[in-house]
Design a protein around this ligand. Structure first.
Ligand code: NAD
Length: 493
């Protein structure tokens, strides 16, 4: 079994590894140490042209393959991901700074997503339509768009590559993927496995480069037929503006400020570790992170105390120490999160635990190695609903707590956000759980668990400023197709 190495300073275009046309390079660093892991190509406009041209050439042949054939290739890709999951995990963990176990979990999730769409490839159907009189036939077919541009962020690169590339390919599109400049290694590794699985040249191309350069050139390219973007709300708006020029459909998966809504009757032994995990997993750098805790006033003090104790017990270290939490991804992210921590008390929040850099702490606990962008797991109580900490996505291990009294106020506070990604409800009262699930304005709801764990094909839906997407389930394949309606008059011969 060949090792899963990524050729330095190269990207994958038309089935071949190649440097950027102008030989530009970008360093990829380990956020725990600041040291360079390796260089990747820095894609420019000429590389974008090459990748889009390769994807356009490959499209007619790929779209004409039988869906079962596409499914078989996807299944082979999933098998290879499973066989190389340890190497893939190391690429993701080192690049993002997350514990190796987190990288491994994401590798397995990526495998299961690709496997899911391998099975779905030959199950995409249209409908037969009723007609007003006999002698007519009406039906619909789902057709691929052509070249899909997929732009993803750095926080869960394996999962986001699989979740967007697999349905696009299964539906018969070709893809140009641009991963984040700060975490491109796992997507490159996945593309190399796709190459080994036997996808024809040009079907999946990966451009590594910066957002303002390669990302902007790709999403405004006239040869692109569909854009799928996962990232911040600000960049999402810029991409939608670019797409308007070419009148290209866009799918957006953006940020979040998801609440855990905790009632006094909840099973606290289940809820509290899950709530802590929801804001410390991946150092809080998840779009669905449980960054707001709304807790029933009668149990607030006890709950905050237990959560603070659990946050203090979170062990920090570099990816290969494989503890509970790594550093933030970059200096920019570190400065941004510290900005929130400094501002929150000035806006009236009460610091319960954490609240600052954790470099020394991480160094002590992980045997003197880390020197990266570590931040303490932090809890602020009594957070003003008008403050930036309560309203904006921090993208760090920072929990904002507020108390509520009664179900009506819980509903109101749960929905008091511009975002609409996920809400988690913790209660043993089924009527109350169903009421909140019905009234929440978010794309996903979970009850007595955080997020979708255990549900196969759970649609990764969004509402409001979190975007619009039906990713994850069978609907994801439909998003990568356009419907054609056919009407036929049957002539009497
Ligand atoms: P980002 O918006 O800065 O970058 C995302 C991607 O867009 C990167 O590949 C970047 O290079 C590219 N990009 C940047 N500017 C661009 C431009 N002008 N044109 C085209 N491409 C451009 O986001 P980030 O900091 O990498 O990731 C964090 C964000 O991602 C958070 O807001 C998080 O909530 C969000 N996210 C959302 C989901 C979801 O499914 N909703 C999942 C993961 C992350």
């Amino acid at each position: 079994m060949a090792e899963l190495l990524i050729p330095p300073a190269q990207q994958l275009i038309d089935g071949e590894w190649a440097p950027a046309r102008d030989k530009g390079e970008l360093p990829v660093t380990d956020p725990a140490t600041g040291q360079t892991i390796q260089a990747v190509a820095r894609a420019g406009r000429a590389d974008v042209d090459d990748a889009v041209a390769a994807a356009r050439r490959a499209f007619p042949g790929w779209a004409a393959t039988s869906p079962s054939e596409r499914g078989a290739l996807l299944r082979r890709w999933a098998e290879l991901i499973g066989r190389h999951v340890e190497e893939l995990a190391a690429h993701e963990a080192r690049d993002v700074g997350k514990p190796l176990s987190g990288g491994r979990m994401n590798g397995y999730i990526a495998q299961s997503i690709v496997d899911y769409f391998a099975g779905a490839a030959d199950k995409l159907t249209g409908v037969t339509l009723p007609t007003r009189s006999p002698g007519y036939l009406g039906y619909t077919v789902q057709e691929p768009y052509g070249v899909c541009a997929v732009v993803i962020p750095w926080n869960v690169p394996s999962v986001l590559t699989a979740a967007n590339v697999a349905p696009a390919l299964a539906a018969g599109n070709t893809v140009v993927l641009k991963p984040s400049e700060v975490a491109p290694l796992a997507p490159l590794a996945l593309a190399e496995l796709a190459r080994r699985a036997g996808f024809p040249p040009g079907v999946l191309n990966v451009l590594t480069g910066e957002g303002a350069e390669a990302g902007a050139a790709l999403t405004s390219h006239p040869g692109v037929n569909h854009i799928s973007f996962v990232g911040s709300t600000t960049t999402g708006r810029a991409i939608m503006r670019a797409a308007a020029e070419n009148l290209v459909p866009v799918k957006l998966e953006l940020g979040g400020k998801s609440p855990n809504v905790l009632f006094a009757d909840a099973d606290m032994d289940v809820a509290i570790p899950a709530i802590v995990g929801s804001i410390t997993e991946n150092a809080g750098q998840n779009c669905y992170a449980g960054s707001r805790l709304l807790v029933e006033a009668s149990v607030k003090d006890e709950v905050v105390e237990r959560i603070a104790a659990a946050m203090r017990a979170v062990r920090l270290g570099p990816w290969d120490a494989d503890l509970d939490m790594g550093p933030l991804i970059s200096a920019a992210q570190y400065r941004r999160v510290l900005g929130f921590l400094e501002e929150a008390p000035r806006q009236g929040a009460r610091l319960v635990t954490g609240g600052g850099p954790a470099r020394e702490w991480a160094r002590e606990r992980a045997g003197g190695r880390p020197d990266g962008w570590f931040v303490e797991p932090t809890v602020f109580d009594d957070v003003d609903p008008g403050s930036r900490l309560y309203r904006e996505e921090v993208f760090g291990p920072v929990l904002a707590v507020q108390a509520f009294s009664g179900t009506a106020q819980a509903v109101e506070m749960m929905n008091d956000t511009d975002f609409g990604l996920l809400a988690c409800v913790w209660t043993n009262d089924v009527s109350r759980a169903l009421r909140l699930a019905g009234e929440v304005r978010s794309g996903q709801v979970s009850v007595n668990q955080f997020a979708d764990a255990g549900v196969i094909g759970f649609p990764f839906n969004m509402q409001k400023d979190s975007g619009f997407s039906r990713g994850g389930g069978h609907g994801a394949m439909r998003e990568y197709t356009q419907e054609k309606a056919v009407a036929i008059r049957l002539l009497d011969r």
